[in-house]
Design a protein. Structure first.
Length: 596
């Protein structure tokens, strides 16, 4: 069965599922070069069909994430796709549409009529893709799509948790995967969104939508004490004596955007203190939500769980025995993910690599496959996009005046350049699906100098508060970082996708100051020889040359732009950024002043 999965909201994407196997997936932003591109994913839909060798007439089912409240945006898709990125959830248009879209999901008759209109509009877009009119179209619930993407990370039974801003009336849900079933066991209405609280504080502090990671980084610089009580009240944490309906009401009305009065208060605080308290209490709230799932009750006398130390596991699906899979934009926060691992140290935890809305296309296709076959999709890897076209690389390099070489062992040249203290871009193989560059569209440089890292920040136009992420061979994880790890019996310890922060071992921060944040954590990528043989060889050779185990791996793009997609993007970014060397396919591209 051929299923085309689509998502047409912000960070639009498409994927192609063939008989339960994910063969291609791509974000629309990679093609349009507009960060978090919204609207119908015409380009990526065509691209994934091309990559899979599937003609439009061969598509048997089109699965689109987002069931209710999206008809107006789909009717006005052309205008919607051209809208600039918003400032955040406090903007009036966004607030109004959030209530329309999600409120509609709670009105059965009205929402069904609106969904039919949405499906009719979708047919017109599918006509442009030349997909036959008799092709089955399936609208998939937002959080169910997130849940099925997360379930692809499990090897068997487990709990699946989704948390994000909002979608189809909810901001969070929990599913139990038992055997071949995936059953909803908990949900939370959109009004109590922790992610919307985080986003509104981000906006109040002067950041914009998509800058939540900067607030997470800023949190390490502040003391949470002054603002902790404020956010505990806001998110409904530490309310004593609540049980039953009272606890449910507290959970339903906690969270959400800041009120005007709260915005004034937050704007007067020190940003680093506000960020520190926000991060801490959001972690508490997420751990509390997981702790209250069936099978565990916190023994603390609180409606929400203040600390992970209060857990008393009970029941057949008690914490510590069943794996946990996560998806939704809130789990882009690697410190929240770290807190979950630390709260449940004996439990295996996985985060779907495209955890935000970009991953909804995969979830929609996976859910449709599950409904029609009774089996779950298993994620084999994230290198699901196009390869850079190097057939015209010589002409492109000539036009830009860039020296080109094609050594027999390009990885040796790359490792030597890194050993010499240079920056090396990798544009090899199929591009990654998700927000992290994992070696195919990456920029590597030594982790041994903070000053060098600051130089790279300037080259890429990045804010210096943002920490860089290290990469190392999976064989070295235990010597550089300390448990608990998210998935201890895997070769990469569950750290293959840069979705967790972990604690650095003693002395690692001093040896690799560019790799370890000031809170002692690092968002490390552990590379296995099987998952990425080229990157593994480069790191291994670099280690042989220098004795150093870590490199920095950041996405190859100028700040504010999507990760590079193909030959043109790679060449342009190489020239503008001032990177020393680029491995493009099997070719090495050099600076004009450096001859091979």
């Amino acid at each position: 069965m051929i299923i085309l999965g689509l998502w047409d909201g912000h960070n639009a994407s498409a994927c192609l599922l063939a008989d339960g196997r994910l063969v291609a997936a791509m974000a629309e932003e990679r093609l349009t070069r507009v960060k978090m591109q919204r609207g119908f994913p015409f380009g990526s839909a065509r691209a994934v069909m091309e990559l899979a060798g599937v003609a439009p007439a061969q598509v048997e089912v089109v699965a689109l994430a987002g069931r209710y409240g999206r008809a107006p945006l789909r009717l006005l898709s052309k205008a919607y796709s051209k809208l600039p990125a918003g400032k955040g959830p406090l903007e009036l248009p966004q607030r109004l549409y959030r209530h329309y879209e999600n409120g509609l999901a709670w009105l059965p008759l009205v929402r069904d009529l609106e969904a039919r209109l949405s499906g009719s509009v979708l047919r017109m877009a599918l006509d442009a893709l030349e997909i036959p009119r008799n092709t089955l179209v399936r609208l998939v619930d937002h959080h169910a799509a997130h849940a099925h993407s997360a379930a692809s990370m499990l090897e068997g039974d487990g709990l699946v948790v989704t948390m994000d801003g909002y979608g189809d009336g909810l901001c969070a849900s929990a599913y139990l995967r038992s055997g071949d079933s995936l059953s909803l066991v908990e949900s939370r209405p959109y009004l109590s969104s922790v992610a919307v609280t985080y986003g509104s504080v981000c906006q109040t502090l002067g950041f914009k939508e998509g800058d939540e990671g900067k607030v997470t980084a800023l949190a390490a610089h502040g003391d949470p004490g002054r603002w902790k009580a404020f956010f505990e009240r806001k998110l409904g944490v530490h309310r004593k004596g609540a049980s039953g309906i009272a606890a449910q009401l507290q959970a339903a009305f906690a969270g959400g955007p800041l009120s005007p009065a709260e915005m004034v208060l937050v704007s007067r605080g020190k940003p680093e203190e506000v960020a520190a308290a926000l991060q801490r209490v959001c972690e508490d709230s997420v751990v509390a939500f997981i702790a209250r799932l069936p099978g565990t009750e916190p023994d603390c006398g609180f409606a929400q769980l203040p600390t992970a130390d209060c857990l008393l596991p009970t029941g057949p699906f008690r914490h510590g025995t069943v794996p946990l899979a996560l998806a939704g934009g809130l789990f882009a926060n690697v410190l929240i993910n770290r807190r979950i691992v630390r709260a449940f140290p004996d439990r295996k935890v996985a985060v779907f690599p495209a955890m935000g809305d970009q991953g909804l296309s995969v979830g929609a296709a996976a859910m449709t496959w599950y409904e029609r076959s009774g089996s779950h999709v298993a994620l084999d890897g994230v290198f699901l996009g196009r390869s850079a076209d190097t057939s015209v690389i010589e002409a492109a390099a000539w036009d830009l005046g860039l020296p080109l070489s094609r050594p027999l062992h390009a990885h040796l040249a790359a490792a030597q350049a890194l050993a010499d203290g240079k920056t090396v871009a990798l544009v090899t193989g199929r591009e990654e699906f998700g927000p992290r560059a994992l070696g195919n569209r990456s920029l590597l440089f030594p982790a041994t100098s903070s000053a060098f890292a600051d130089k790279v920040q300037t080259m890429l136009g990045r804010n210096r508060i943002m920490p860089f992420a290290p990469v190392c061979r999976a064989e070295e994880i235990d010597s550089c970082f300390v448990s608990p790890f998210p998935w201890s019996d895997r070769e990469d310890r569950g750290l293959g996708y840069m979705t967790f922060a972990v604690d650095a071992a003693p002395g690692v921060g001093a040896e690799y100051p560019a790799a370890v944040h000031m809170d002692g954590t690092a968002r490390v990528q552990a590379v296995t020889r099987k998952a990425h043989p080229l990157l593994h060889r480069i790191i291994e050779t670099y280690q042989d040359l220098t004795g150093h185990k870590l490199l920095i791996n950041t996405s190859f793009n100028v700040h504010g732009e999507p990760i590079v997609h193909g030959l043109t993007d790679a060449m342009d970014t190489f020239v503008r950024s001032g990177v020393d060397l680029m491995l493009l396919g099997e070719h090495l591209v050099h600076r004009p002043e450096v001859r091979p």
